[in-house]
Design a protein around this ligand. Structure first.
Ligand code: HEC
Ligand code: HEC
Length: 385
């Protein structure tokens, strides 16, 4: 379904046509009626005059359905974003929802749930815990899909469609973040001035612009990927208590029903089954390195960069161990279910003093952008030294 790029809607589309019609060109007429933005609960909770003020300011900064603007780049060509909207209406809306709330008609049946972009939290970043993803991160995810989940690969879409839809996802994400901030601010001030709205929009935009400067590069060069490194990784996995979430056999949730808490989207988080052969965040050594070094946004998977600061190669050894585990099935190695699961109890933050300091969701629950970037370095996403 997702791979059908034979008649890309945006090719036929010419400027000025409302989104509903675009959806029809894309073959989605039957769904056209559903294509509308749904307000966030924080907006719904406001009194009507405040609600209207929020909606006005939101529209001023992010445009309307069919003419969406990007907060971090208001000058971006509107036809490009309209093309993105058409691609989105055809290929993404059924899972991610028109407002990007992750609640499209198919979503209820999917585990994990499709991403709710409106929190501005993305898992598979190159930019480190608590930071916005780079545009390239999102583009890579959309092209590759997320192995082991329902998120398909869209690699066969024309390049222009990919470029357009990634900006549309950015626009929905920033719109969602701004919407919540405006609503919370209006609620606490009892009013919402255009100046306040401008400040909040700037705060959202700045965070996204800064993400470029945060790309995680490995602290050391990758050592040889050999049996010795894999064995070292295996030892470190036990020593650093990765097993408390992933199980001693690294099978994650399968190993013994280990509970690691909820994610930033309120869903029960499962520690990845590292033996499944399906690494969600990519199977290149650098992908796995970044997951371990910087943690996974919005999930209990902590960053180990501080804990392993004095032994930087350890991140590589762990990476090699994880990659070797992921490859076991292909090699036909039998992995006994639940054997030596070691971690049938949830990690105990208070006593461990180890990697499991706070299996809390990412900090971006917070409505305040200021609290996100630097604070997250030391807060929930970090494994305690
Ligand atoms: C069949 C359902 C489905 C469709 C269709 C789909 N997605 Fe997803 N998408 C998902 C799921 C599920 C996840 C969350 C996976 C996870 O949490 O590991 C996701 C996650 C994402 C993410 C977040 C990546 C991250 O790092 O957190 C982005 C971005 C994304 N999808 C974009 C798109 C775009 C763009 C389209 C359309 C071109 C699309 N998706 C179509 C199911 C879908
Ligand atoms: C507090 C619990 C916890 C601890 C401790 C923990 N993890 Fe994780 N880990 C998770 C969760 C939860 C996920 C799944 C995140 C998601 O994608 O939703 C995960 C995912 C991962 C992934 C990404 C897998 C993929 O599909 O791409 C890797 C790699 C990983 N962990 C390695 C490690 C290593 C190595 C350690 C120890 C140094 C460790 N983890 C410690 C909870 C934990």
């Amino acid at each position: 379904m997702a791979h059908d790029s034979s008649a890309p809607p945006a090719r036929r589309w010419r400027g000025g046509i409302p989104l509903l019609l675009v959806a029809c060109l894309a073959g989605g007429c039957q769904r056209a009626a559903e294509v509308q933005f749904v307000s966030a609960p924080e907006v719904e909770a406001l009194d009507p005059p405040l609600r209207q003020a929020v909606q006005e300011q939101l529209a001023r900064h992010t445009g309307d359905l069919g003419a969406v603007k990007l907060v971090s780049d208001a000058a971006l060509d509107s036809r490009h974003l309209q093309r993105g909207a058409a691609v989105y209406a055809r290929y993404c809306v059924q899972c991610h929802g028109a407002s990007g709330d992750g609640a499209g008609p198919a979503a209820a049946y999917l585990v994990p749930r499709p991403r709710d972009y409106r929190k501005g939290i993305f898992k598979f970043n190159s930019t480190g815990y608590g930071n916005k993803p780079s545009r390239d991160d999102l583009l890579r995810t959309i092209r590759q899909g997320i192995t082991g989940t329902s998120m398909p690969s869209f690699d066969r879409l024309p390049k222009e469609d990919l470029e357009a839809v990634v900006d549309y996802v950015l626009a929905l994400s920033q719109r969602g973040e701004l919407e919540t901030l405006l609503a919370l601010q209006a609620d606490s001030d009892g009013e919402l001035t255009p100046e306040t709205a401008d400040e909040l929009a700037l705060a959202v935009a700045d965070q996204w612009r800064q993400s470029r400067d945060n790309v995680v590069e490995p602290a050391t060069k990758e050592p040889a990927f050999d049996q010795a490194s894999i064995e070292l990784g295996k030892e470190i996995f036990q020593k650093r208590e990765c097993f408390k979430c992933h199980g001693r056999d690294a099978r994650g949730g399968l190993a013994g029903g280990i509970e690691v808490g909820k994610d930033a989207w309120g869903q029960v988080a499962a520690a990845a089954d590292l033996t499944s052969g399906m690494l969600h965040g990519g199977a290149e050594p650098l992908d796995v390195y970044r997951r371990i070094y910087a943690g996974i946004n919005g999930t209990p998977m902590p960053a180990f960069k501080n804990l392993l600061a004095n032994e930087p190669d350890s991140v590589w050894h762990l990476t090699h161990y994880v990659l070797d585990l992921a490859d076991q099935r292909r090699r036909g190695v039998q992995i006994p279910l639940g054997a030596a699961a070691g971690g049938a109890t949830p990690p105990a933050p208070a006593e461990s003093g180890g990697a499991t300091e706070s299996p809390e969701p990412a900090p971006a629950e917070s409505a305040s952008p200021a609290s996100e970037t630097p604070a997250s370095e030391t807060s929930s996403g970090e494994a305690a030294p």
